[in-house]
Design a protein around this ligand. Structure first.
Ligand code: HEC
Length: 98
């Protein structure tokens, strides 16, 4: 699993010209916490968990991941990810619970 994550991240970094792939970002980085809901992270695909978050609007959700929130580090702890990739990760998570 670890090897797979690395491969995905290398793949992301190797193709900066391609539009960020939110699912790839999520599966490589965000899933680690959002799958299990560790530290009260809203779970991937759980509408109940996400409903109160969505009311803040997308800009606030982008800001949370860019600047960090609670137990989530700024940039989800991944300095190497671009703003576009982080936002694509948010778009993917939000798209699952709309
Ligand atoms: C280290 C664990 C961890 C990782 C990795 C992580 N998150 Fe989170 N995330 C959290 C936690 C914990 C919260 C709840 C924070 C709070 O409200 O106190 C959260 C909350 C959020 C929220 C809601 C913020 C809000 O204002 O309600 C979004 C959006 C989000 N994460 C997106 C992402 C994306 C996109 C990624 C991957 C690029 C990611 N997270 C990676 C732990 C993580």
């Amino acid at each position: 699993m670890k090897r797979l994550n690395c491969a995905l991240i290398v793949g992301l970094l190797a193709s900066p010209a391609v539009a960020a792939d939110g699912k790839a970002v999520h599966d490589a980085v965000c899933y680690k916490c959002h799958r299990t809901g560790v530290d009260d992270a809203p779970k991937t695909g759980n509408k109940e968990h996400w409903a109160p978050r969505l009311t803040q609007g997308l800009p606030a959700l982008y800001q949370a991941v860019l600047e960090g929130k609670g137990a989530m580090d700024p940039r989800a702890g991944r300095e190497e990810l671009t703003d576009e990739e982080l936002k694509a990760g948010v778009d993917y998570l939000v798209g699952l619970v709309k």
